[in-house]
Ligand binder design. Sequence first.
Ligand SMILES: Cc1ncc(C[n+]2csc(CCO)c2C)c(N)n1
Length: 230
Amino acid sequence: MSQLFTERIWEKVEPIWKSYLEHPFVKGIGEGTLDQEKFKHYMKQDYIYLIEYSRIFAIGSAKANDLQTMQTFANLLHGTLHYEMDLHREYAAKFHITPEELEKTEASATMTAYTSYMLNVSQLGGVENAIASVLACAWSYNYIGKELATWPGALDHEFYGNWVKMYSSDEFTSLANECKNLINQVAKDKPEHEKKRLEDIVVKTSRFEYMFWDMAENVSMWPTDTIERV
Ligand SMILES: Cc1ncc(C[n+]2csc(CCO)c2C)c(N)n1
């Protein structure tokens, strides 16, 4: 049997994703030692990230060539807006931040660069571009969640345990698997130069993921404010 496209991608992204587990911010979540003020900033940036990210699922749904792909994107869109973002709203409540205040977070340069790239790529070309640009986010978080879940005490940590539980959960594993199935289907009959182009999108977004962790860790260098959304 020929190699699945996700197996080929894995060879490229594995070293990048392994480095997430060495990153002080991710390690801080897994070991339960992360400064909560840093986590608060990350949650706020991630909340507005998910708003932009959701648009890509909507683009994917609009560009889908078949009903099943359309349903998968609609499912991912719903899951993000109603399930993943609930986690952020719950953490925000612990910090006495309302959902309305969360929405007014000023975007960091990294968050803007990352989502602008994904939105741009997804609007160019066909549905495969949208599929490639969402893959690293959904799959790498599930990878991190499942890894951290094996660290002693991570799942039961009184503050960060819910984060680890969410991203290692069966629900999130199946959302990540849906994204993997989509890319495997769409890449199957593509010529090599197209496969390489899609692979490059996944590698690039994997680098952006690293930059997002770095942005979260180094908040003191790049503080953000609250803005009115227009
Ligand atoms: C920077 C950043 N990257 C990835 C995710 C994770 N994520 C985004 S959408 C999705 C799938 C369905 O909700 C997942 C797992 C995040 N929260 N923040």
